[in-house]
Design a binder for this molecule. Structure first.
Ligand SMILES: Nc1ncnc2c1ncn2[C@@H]1O[C@H](COP(=O)(O)OP(=O)(O)OP(=O)(O)O)[C@@H](O)[C@H]1O
Ligand SMILES: [Mg+2]
Length: 359
């Protein structure tokens, strides 16, 4: 979105509050199809509280972790793209009559000033024209307006600069997820209404894509760190022990039933929040809307039984999103078991890397 160079192959860096993930892809064209291969991949945990409420607090820790990912995985490409999310990013879908490019640029500024809940001067604004309407009689352009707070961008780009990398493009997490979906699930991308729910530590990104066209975006304040916080409070255990329980590991003196009760309440909470988002979407338009498929990604999607809980509640088929489903990786270079195990975490990073290899 906010960048100048779309030609280079860039490293997708997903800086989350719990972990940083990196993906670099190679691409080649085969007839009309673009084929991708994993060139580099990296993952490191961040210290707790290095990033709080979407702001890098401990930049030294983030810088060190970025450097570590590059060193340990022998990544030489310094040109990176990051994704941003949370309330510093506003995405609005607007509809404007067809017009010339210059006129459009002016209208976009006007729309941004009226649609974005932050002073225009404090944001960077970009836009993308969505695919032409499915209804030929409509002459309107559907446009995605994206505004990101400048202080958020400065906060992240400063960390990247300190790590001696070049921040080439700033993208948005939900768009990265959409790109990863398109490349990996081409047979359904343009056919079905699909919700991707990326459950992280502090943010849960939601995007609903209807026959290839994004219709709803939400970044909810939900995720695994709320689970671990609640568990450590309610069970009187450390944050680290709560993490262990969440990952299905035993913790001394904790009865599984007690833990399960608290876990169920937290899962229920997430489901209720998502139910509101889904209802908002389904009630939104003149024509009938129905989500046909849910994909879960992110660290919390690894929670045992989460997809079956979703299926039961929403009565919608729910799968774990695989961002390497149609991306080749050389089994001599990468441990396929590890990649399979970790795949759910790499949705955003892979999507970031995909967009940037587009020529
Ligand atoms: N095996 C597992 N089972 C359940 N939860 C897990 C598992 N592994 C990680 N988590 C949880 O997933 C969360 C981290 O997910 P992820 O790495 O996607 O977050 P993030 O992208 O760093 O954070 P955010 O984008 O929200 O700032 C943590 O809360 C962690 O406790
Ligand atoms: Mg994340």
């Amino acid at each position: 979105m906010f960048g100048f160079n779309r030609e280079k192959e860039l490293l997708g860096l997903d800086i989350g509050s719990y972990s940083i993930k990196a993906v670099e892809l190679k691409s080649k064209k085969k007839e009309i199809e673009e084929l991708y291969e994993v060139k580099k991949i990296g993952y490191e945990l961040l210290p707790h509280d290095a990033i709080v409420e979407g702001t890098i607090i401990d930049s030294a820790a983030v810088v060190e972790t970025i450097k570590m990912i590059f060193d340990e995985n022998k990544i030489s490409n310094k040109n990176i793209t990051i994704g941003i999310s949370g309330n510093a990013v506003i995405i609005k879908k607007i509809s404007l009559p067809s017009m010339e490019t210059e006129e459009l640029a002016e209208s976009i500024i006007w729309e941004a000033k009226h649609n974005i809940p932050y002073p225009y001067e404090e944001t960077n604004v970009d836009y993308a024209i969505l695919k032409p309407s499915q209804y030929p009689e409509e002459t309107n352009l559907d446009i995605l307006l994206v505004a990101a707070k400048k202080d958020k961008i400065a906060n992240y780009s400063s960390a990247i600069n300190q790590a001696r990398k070049n921040l080439e493009v700033i993208d948005v997490d939900v768009f990265a997820l959409q790109n990863a979906l398109e490349v990996n699930y081409p047979e359904i991308f343009n056919e079905k209404t699909i919700a991707i729910i990326n459950l992280g530590a502090n943010i849960t990104n939601v995007i609903i894509i209807e026959k290839g066209i994004p219709q709803l975006f939400r970044d909810l304040s939900l995720g695994g760190s709320f689970f671990t916080e609640n568990m450590s409070k309610d069970l009187g255990i450390s944050f680290d022990d709560a993490e262990k329980l969440l990952k299905g590991l035993p913790v001394k003196d904790i009865e599984p039933e007690r833990f399960q009760t608290i876990l169920n309440m937290n899962v229920q909470n997430i489901i209720e929040e998502l139910e509101k988002t889904f209802s908002f979407y389904e009630a939104g338009e003149k024509k009938e809307r129905k989500i046909e498929l849910i994909f879960l990604s992110g660290g919390l999607s690894k929670l045992k039984d989460l997809s079956s809980n979703f299926e039961q509640k929403f009565k919608i088929k729910t799968d774990i999103f695989n961002p390497f489903r149609r991306i080749y990786f050389d089994e001599r270079k990468f441990d396929s078991i590890y990649l399979e195990e970790m795949a759910a975490l790499f949705g955003v990073a892979t999507g970031l890397a995909i967009r940037k290899v587009e020529k």
